[in-house]
Design a binder for this molecule. Structure first.
Ligand SMILES: C[S@@+](CC[C@H](N)C(=O)[O-])C[C@H]1O[C@@H](n2cnc3c(N)ncnc32)[C@H](O)[C@@H]1O
Length: 346
């Protein structure tokens, strides 16, 4: 008998589960619809019916109701017996206001820049590389630079995602009391801001592409005179001589060859006392779920990037003349991989 074959009753429920998995893209579509329409914002003052929500958002009430009913099966919104929808804790994160809003992140993650290549996963698996350029006519970051709306949606989405994890990351590692922190590919500056607020003796450099720096969020009286925004290309060079280099959600965008170029540029900028903090998911062994495993497939389809295990980080850093010193978990899904310049390096 085939041992992997379940008994009849179990097979029925597994068939239902597999069908649910096969249709999982409809959950993404419904979530995107609710986020784009701002449904959660309209429920802040209290429950509303689909008719009320539809008239506020200018859409079809019966169709909106069915999309929200699907979301309610997973705890995003809840419908009561009178047909009114209310916020749940998960739906509250879709509100535009509030420090932990994930609305822009949901819009980014379900945007065509990720969605269309995901639909072509089979082609990626067959070809052994992303088909992003085939779809959009340019690699990922070039596409964002060419299409201003796509670039803006990505930057605000990343900033939204970052808000939910920056504090946990800034708290997980003991920054020095004085010195300079360079955030390489720091986006709009959310993590750098948290690091500077927590450590008043530090100076910060936000390093990213020029068009991204225009939307930075460091202009706060509390941080006046303690930071600078520096445009540049991290494949070419990185500001030198800082005590701390941050790289959050950067290496996962690139294949090993791309990472080595970034890491070598970083190593050239570091002194023997510098610390590099690579902040990414660190994939566990085995079959258990981990948020990094789904992001890994996202990185593969849109960017030729990947999430990595501790061993893979160790090998990569070592090939760039850096030594992994420790890995610290954080209260977010990301870990801090700390590295220093290897004394007898390549
Ligand atoms: C996935 S985002 C991460 C942003 C930020 N670190 C965060 O965690 O929210 C990748 C960042 O790398 C930047 N980037 C991409 N290519 C770059 C390059 N060649 N030089 C400098 N920055 C670059 C992008 O503009 C973007 O802000």
């Amino acid at each position: 008998m085939d041992e992997a074959r379940p008994h009849r009753a179990a097979e029925d429920s597994l068939a239902a589960l597999l069908t649910e998995h096969a249709l999982g893209y409809l959950h993404s579509a419904a979530l995107r619809t609710a986020a784009r329409l701002g449904v959660a914002d309209h429920l802040t003052a209290g429950p509303r019916t689909a008719e009320e929500l539809a008239s506020l958002t200018g859409v079809s009430a019966p169709h909106l109701r069915r999309a929200l009913r699907l979301l309610a099966t997973r705890g995003v919104f809840a419908e009561d017996a009178t047909g009114a929808f209310r916020l749940t804790p998960a739906a509250s994160l879709l509100r535009s206001d509030g420090p932990s809003s994930l609305r822009t992140a949901v819009v980014m993650l379900t945007d065509e820049t990720f969605w269309k290549p995901a639909e072509r996963l089979e082609d990626t698996v067959r070809a052994g590389h992303t088909v992003f350029e085939e779809i959009f006519g340019a690699p990922f970051f070039e596409h964002l630079a060419r299409i201003p709306q796509a670039g803006e949606d990505f930057d605000t989405g990343m900033a939204g995602l970052s808000t939910s994890e920056d504090d946990a990351i800034a708290a997980a590692w003991a920054f020095p009391e004085r010195g300079t922190v360079v955030d390489i590919g720091g986006g709009c500056g959310g993590l750098l801001r948290r690091a500077l607020v927590r450590n008043p003796g530090l100076h910060g450099v936000l390093y990213d592409r020029e068009q991204v720096l225009r939307d930075h969020t460091l202009d706060e009286p509390e941080l006046a005179g303690r930071w600078q925004a520096c445009p540049g290309d991290f494949f070419a060079s990185v500001p030198s001589g800082a005590e701390v280099y941050l790289m959050k959600r950067i290496l996962h965008d690139w294949d090993d060859e791309g990472c080595l170029r970034i890491l070598r540029a970083c190593r050239a900028a570091m002194t023997t006392g510098s610390r590099l903090l690579v902040v990414d998911a660190v994939l566990p062994q085995g079959n258990e779920p981990h948020p990094g495993k789904i992001l890994d497939v996202l990185m593969m389809t849109s960017l030729d990037g990947r999430e990595r295990s501790a061993q893979e980080f160790h090998r990569l850093l070592s090939a760039a003349g850096l030594r992994l010193t420790r890995i610290l978990p954080t209260a977010s899904t990301l870990s801090v991989v700390e590295a220093v310049v290897e004394a007898k390096s390549a």
